[in-house]
Every structure is written in C-alpha cells, then in structure tokens.
Design a protein around this ligand. Structure first.
Ligand code: LLP
Length: 420
C-alpha cells in the first residue's frame, strides 16, 4: 500500500499531524502561520534515490534551484554533494552563500546578461547551457574580455512532446527554449571556432511534471545521435545533460520511482563514456514541503461554503496559475461531520483559491496543511496585497530550524519612498 500522504515523512500521531518528529501544531505555535515547512529527511531521501539509481555511473545531479531556493534547502543538497542548475546571477549567489560548489553549477536560461556571464565566469561554474546563436557570440566576447574561457553546452530543443501542462512544456519547436535540433551542428561548428569558448557537452530539458519516461528516452536518443554525428566531425562532447522534469504525486498521479524512470535512460547510455547529468527540481523538493495555514473564518453560503485561510495566492500561486491540485488535510482530526469547502485566501481576487470543493471536518482556528508545496511554492510567492512572505522552517528529526523569517511590513516598503 502506498503512503497515505504524498509527503513521505508526514504521519498522524494521536490524531494530529507531525512531520518527522515534530507536531505541526508546535510549529504553528512557535513560528505562526502561514509557514512553509520542509523535511530534511524527505529532501535527503529524494536526493539519495537519484544517487542510488545512478549507481557507479559517471553522473552529476544538479538540483534546479528555481524549485526552492531557500538557503536551508540548498545547504542540505550542498552537503550531499549535489550540483546546481541555476537561471540567474541571483541563484548563483544563493548557491555560493549556502556552501554549494560553483564547480558543479550549470547555468541555464534564454536571457543571460553580460553581468551574469561575468559573475558566473569569475565563480568558475562548470558549464553554460547556451540557448541561442546570439548568446554564443556574446559569451565568447564576455569571456575574452575577462581573460577566461567559458565552458559550454548547447541546449538543444529535441522537439518531443512531454504530454504535460502547456505552460510547463519546454521541448517543443514552438517554444522559446533551446536551439532548434537541426541548427545544432552548425552552431557547434561555430562554437569550435570561437577562441574563448570550450565545448563540453549538450543539454536539453523537455518539460516538467512528466509522468512517463518515454519522451525523455526519445529526447536522449536524439541527443546521442547528435553527439555521434559531432564526434565524426571531430567535435567531442563529454557530458549529456537531460534536464529535469520527473513528476510527483499531488493527487492520484502515479509517477515512476526515480529508479524506474532512470532505468531506460541508463540502458540507452549503456557502454557510453559521456557523463550523464540531470537537473531535477520538483522531484527533489516538491513532496518534502507543505504550507501550514490557519482557518480564519468559515463562511457558509447558499451554493458553496468557504474556508478562508491565512495563506493566499501570493504564498502559493500554483492553483491560481495552473489550476494545480494540492492535497489539503486538517492537522487535527475532529469528530464533526465533514463539509465541502472552497479553500480561499484573503486576497481581493476571485482567483485567490488554494483548493476547490474539499471535504473537511474543521472549525474556525483549525490548522490545515497544504501538501506537495515544496517545489515552486515559496519561489513563486509575491507580496501582492502588501502581504509579507511566509516564514520557512526546516524540520530535522525532533529539531526545527527557522530558515527564513516571516517578512515584516517594514521589510516590504523599506526600499520605497514617498515623493518629497
Ligand atoms: N532545468 C531547466 C532548464 C528547467 O527549465 C527546469 C524547470 C528544470 C530543470 C527543473 O524541472 P523540474 O524537475 O522541476 O520539472 N512553475 C512550474 C514549473 C516550471 C518549471 C520550469 N523549468 C510549476 O509550478 O509547476
């Protein structure tokens, strides 16, 4: 039988939820709500699943920082020896501040600025995943001016359909990411002529929340064919970066386990000498975190009942943005008859909902846990309605670390000024 919750370290103790050995009630009392709560054991288990599945193969797992960039989370992965996939100079600064190794950083993204290129060259990152011809020329120029050589991979667009939400599908011809597969050989030839670039590898990322390995295998096969074609021309690549994308269980999805997902990829790479890299985000952090919130009001209505909670779309944007489903569970069991509720926040927009039509046995003041919120939760939060961002805490066994203080209202407009 599968675990009752998608979060592996969440369990009920005497009718109340605990993450690892800490009652969620204690976290709410100590740090207030809303609060993002992460489990170090769950983060570690998710990372170790990749490491184990990759076995002795030459490989590197670069955690995609955009999924959750809290320094506490990054430090857990840094200590496990992870690499990092970044998309901005800001994310690079975070990785370094958290004790990550710049030598294991890959830099993705379609719009790298000159300043970001200089910063990444000075830090000595492992590879730039270049996404256009124009970026290739710019990087060569910036590296030359800095007296350095930039290590590069081209992010190619293998044009496979990942069969996921259109907003998070990235490997089709029609979207802005990567260079067209058919243009890649000419761009590698160009890169080989540029004096301040060193060709290292090839990269792709086809989409997110993938529930099937087949599109990844198709992409990997296309990449391998490209690598062989380039080798025949004398352009040798040393690593193949397959990006991120493995999905997680939010509701009743049945994503493959990491080992199952990687098995056909490892088979496709059997006997190959290139290093195999991945950039997982969601599958490392998504189910290691939850958003803890308190019910402010219950508001019964003719058509719908509302549970108005103290978290909102500014804290967790995924439901409003993608109509994403997150499991919502009451922290304390009650003997009340369950009712159906719309779980909504205090923000002045009809789109401010966290969940629709959920059956809950709750009273005003009760705590709710919104599950699977570890990925693209806090990192996509905002200050809309002048709401300070939530606190973030990391549970580690029976200990709790505050890894980000709740934002105060003063924090919010400290950089602003009224006109004189
Ligand atoms: N590498 C690259 C180049 C990426 O663009 C992404 C995610 C990843 C790795 C990590 O993918 P993952 O393993 O997490 O699927 N905000 C959306 C997800 C956007 C994903 C963007 N790229 C959401 O909340 O579902």
């Amino acid at each position: 039988m599968s675990h009752p919750y998608p979060t592996p370290t969440l369990h009920a103790v005497n009718g109340a939820l605990a993450l690892e050995d800490v009652a969620l009630q204690d976290i709410a009392t100590r740090y207030g709500t809303p609060a993002y709560v992460y489990s170090r054991a769950a983060l570690t288990a998710a990372f170790e699943a990749y490491r184990q599945a990759l076995g002795g193969r030459r490989s590197l797992v670069c955690y995609a920082v955009k999924a959750n960039s809290n320094l506490g989370v990054l430090s857990v992965f840094a200590r496990l020896g992870a690499g990092f996939d970044i998309v901005s100079g800001g994310e690079l600064a975070r990785v370094i501040a958290a004790g990550g190794d710049a030598g294991k950083v890959v830099f993705s993204g379609v719009g790298k600025s000159r300043a970001e290129m200089r910063q990444a060259l000075a830090a000595g990152i492992r590879c730039f995943n270049v996404e256009s011809a124009a970026e290739l020329e710019r990087l060569n120029e910036v590296a030359g001016d800095a007296g350095r050589t930039a290590p590069i991979a081209l992010r190619v667009n293998p044009d496979v359909d990942p069969k996921t939400h259109p907003y998070i599908s990235t490997g089709l011809k029609s979207n802005k990411f990567g260079v067209a597969f058919d243009d890649a050989p000419a761009l590698y030839r160009r890169a080989a002529q540029l004096p301040h670039l060193r060709i290292h590898g090839v990269a792709c990322h086809i989409g997110s929340q993938l529930l099937d390995a087949a599109p990844m295998v198709e992409a990997a096969q296309k990449l391998l064919a490209l690598v062989d074609q380039l080798a025949a021309e004398g352009i040798a690549l040393d690593h193949i970066d397959l990006g991120g994308g493995l999905g997680i269980r939010y509701r009743d999805e049945t994503p493959p386990a990491v080992a199952e997902y990687l098995a056909p990829l490892l088979a496709a790479f059997e006997g190959r000498k290139e290093e195999l890299c991945f950039e997982p985000g969601r599958s490392l952090v998504g189910n290691a975190g939850l958003l803890l919130t308190r019910i402010e009001y219950l508001k019964p209505g003719e058509e719908k009942n509302f549970a108005i909670v103290d978290a909102a779309m500014n804290d967790l944007a995924r439901p409003a943005l993608y109509d994403a489903y997150h499991e919502v569970v009451a922290v304390h069991e009650r003997t009340l008859p369950p009712q159906r509720y719309e779980i909504v926040g205090p923000i002045c927009e009809s789109g401010d909902f966290l969940a629709h039509d959920r059956s809950l046995a709750v009273a005003e003041g009760d705590l709710l846990a919104i599950l699977s919120a570890g990925a693209y939760g806090m990192t996509m939060s905002s200050n809309y309605n002048t709401r300070g961002r939530a606190a973030e805490v990391m549970v580690d066994g029976d200990r709790v670390h505050l890894v980000r203080e709740r934002e105060t209202v003063e924090n919010l407009f400290a950089a602003e000024q009224p006109l004189p």
